[in-house]
Design a protein around this ligand. Structure first.
Ligand SMILES: NC(=O)c1ccc[n+]([C@@H]2O[C@H](COP(=O)([O-])OP(=O)(O)OC[C@H]3O[C@@H](n4cnc5c(N)ncnc54)[C@H](OP(=O)(O)O)[C@@H]3O)[C@@H](O)[C@H]2O)c1
Length: 336
C-alpha cells in the first residue's frame, strides 16, 4: 500500500509517498481503508518539526481520517466489514477524564498516522460516521470538531449566551456551527472581510476584522453593551489572549485551545482574578464526546465546512495551502 512518511528530516519537502506492507488486523483491531484525511494546524507543526522535534523518523503523520472497515481481527464486535468509520484522536481516551497516558495515544504525533491507504486501529479507537457525510466531510471530525464540541457544548453553553470566536479556521467554524445549534449569539474575528461575510452567512451575528481593529476585545465589549461575552474559544494563544480577556464578561469562560500566534508573551493575570474568569485548557476530547457530537450532527444534518479537497498526490500543496492561511474551514485530502 501507499503511505506518506517524513523520512530523513522534518519539513514539508521531506514528506513523500512510500510503499509499505498493508496491515492485517491483530486481536481487537480493524483495518480501515482510508478514503479521506483532513488537515489540522497540528499536522503542519508536526511535519515542520515544531510540534515535537524529538519524534523518531521516519513516521506517517496526520491524526484525522475516515474510511471503510475492510477486515477485522479476533474478538472484534464494535465494528464489522463495510462499516464507515473514523479514528478517534486519542485512541485510548474513551470516556471520563483525560490522563497523560491517554494523551500519549494521539494519532499522527509520531506513532500511527492516518496519511496512508490502510491503517490498523483498535476497534475501541473507532466511531461510526454520520450517514449523510462524505468521507471528506467525516474526516474533518476527529480533532477540530470534537475540540469545538468540547469547548462549546461540554463546557455548558446555554441558549442566549454570547460566544467569541477567533479566525475562520477549522476549530472556529465548527464552534460557530455548534454554538448556533445551542442557540448562542456568535461574534467572530478574521483578517478578511470576505471570510467575515461568509461567517455571517453561516449564522454569526457580527464580525470584526482583527487587523483593522487591533483592540478587538474592546470592540466586542461595545457590541455587547459593555457586558462582554460568556465564552471565548481561544485559538490564538499568547498574541490574542489579552484581547480575549478584555472581551469576556465578568464570571465568563475562556476555552484555551490553540497557539496560532505563538506561546511567547506576557499575560497579566490580574484581570483574570478581578473578572473571576474561568480559563480552561481543552485538548480535543473523548470518544464519548465524539459520539454525542455525531448524534447532534445527524439530528441537525450539520454539514462541515470543507474549503477544498486535494488529491492524495497533493498533500504537500495542501499543507502549503494551510500555511498560507487562505482557507475557510477545513482542508481535506481524498485517498483514491
Ligand atoms: N487543544 C486542542 O485540542 C486543539 C485542537 C485543534 C486545534 N488546536 C489548535 O488551535 C489552533 C487552530 O487550529 P485550526 O486547526 O482551527 O487552525 P486552522 O484551520 O489553520 O485555522 C487558522 C485560522 O486562524 C486564524 N488566525 C490566524 N492568526 C490569527 C490571529 N492572530 N487572530 C485571530 N485569528 C487568527 C486565521 O483565520 P482568518 O483567515 O479568518 O483570519 C486562520 O485561517 C491551532 O493553534 C491548533 O494547533 C488545538
Amino acid at each position: 500500500m501507499k503511505a506518506y512518511e517524513i523520512r530523513e528530516a522534518f519539513g514539508i519537502d521531506h514528506l513523500a509517498i512510500t510503499g509499505q506492507v498493508t496491515p492485517t488486523p491483530g486481536h481487537g483491531q480493524a483495518v480501515v481503508r482510508v478514503r479521506a484525511v483532513s488537515l489540522n494546524y497540528r499536522d503542519l507543526m508536526v511535519v515542520k518539526g515544531l510540534y515535537n522535534p524529538h519524534i523518531h523518523l521516519p513516521f506517517t503523520p496526520f491524526s484525522d481520517g475516515a474510511g471503510e472497515v475492510v477486515s477485522i481481527g479476533e474478538g472484534v464486535s464494535r465494528v464489522k466489514v463495510g462499516d464507515r468509520v473514523a479514528g478517534i484522536f486519542m485512541q485510548d481516551w474513551l470516556a471520563g477524564e483525560m490522563t497523560e497516558a491517554k494523551q500519549k495515544s494521539a494519532l499522527g504525533g509520531g506513532g500511527q498516522g492516518m496519511l496512508a491507504e490502510y491503517v490498523a486501529l483498535s476497534e475501541d479507537g473507532l466511531v461510526h460516521i454520520p450517514g449523510h457525510l462524505s468521507y471528506e466531510e467525516a474526516a474533518t471530525l476527529p480533532c477540530a470538531a470534537v475540540t469545538a464540541w468540547h469547548a462549546v457544548i461540554e463546557t455548558g453553553l446555554r441558549p442566549g449566551d454570547r460566544v467569541l470566536l477567533l479566525g475562520t479556521g477549522g476549530v472556529s467554524l465548527f464552534s460557530l456551527q455548534f454554538a448556533r445549534l445551542a442557540g448562542a449569539e456568535v461574534f467572530i474575528t478574521s483578517h478578511s472581510a470576505e471570510k467575515l461575510e461568509r461567517a455571517v452567512n453561516l449564522g454569526a451575528a457580527q464580525g470584526i476584522n482583527y487587523r483593522a481593529v487591533p483592540d478587538w476585545g474592546r470592540r466586542v465589549l461595545e457590541m455587547t453593551g459593555g457586558a462582554g461575552v460568556d465564552l471565548v474559544v481561544e485559538v490564538g494563544g499568547a498574541g490574542t489572549l489579552p484581547q480575549s480577556i478584555e472581551a469576556v464578561r465578568t464570571g465568563g469562560r475562556i476555552s484555551l485551545i490553540g497557539v496560532l500566534t505563538g506561546t511567547a508573551g506576557e499575560i497579566n493575570p490580574l484581570p483574570i482574578v478581578m473578572k473571576k474568569i474561568c480559563l480552561q485548557g481543552i485538548f480535543v476530547g473523548s470518544r464519548e464526546m465524539f459520539e454525542s457530537m455525531n448524534k447532534a450532527i445527524v439530528l441537525h444534518r450539520l454539514q462541515p465546512v470543507v474549503d477544498r479537497a486535494f488529491s492524495f498526490g497533493e498533500v504537500r500543496d495542501a499543507l502549503r495551502y494551510m500555511e498560507s492561511g487562505s482557507h475557510f474551514g477545513k482542508i481535506c485530502v481524498s485517498v483514491p
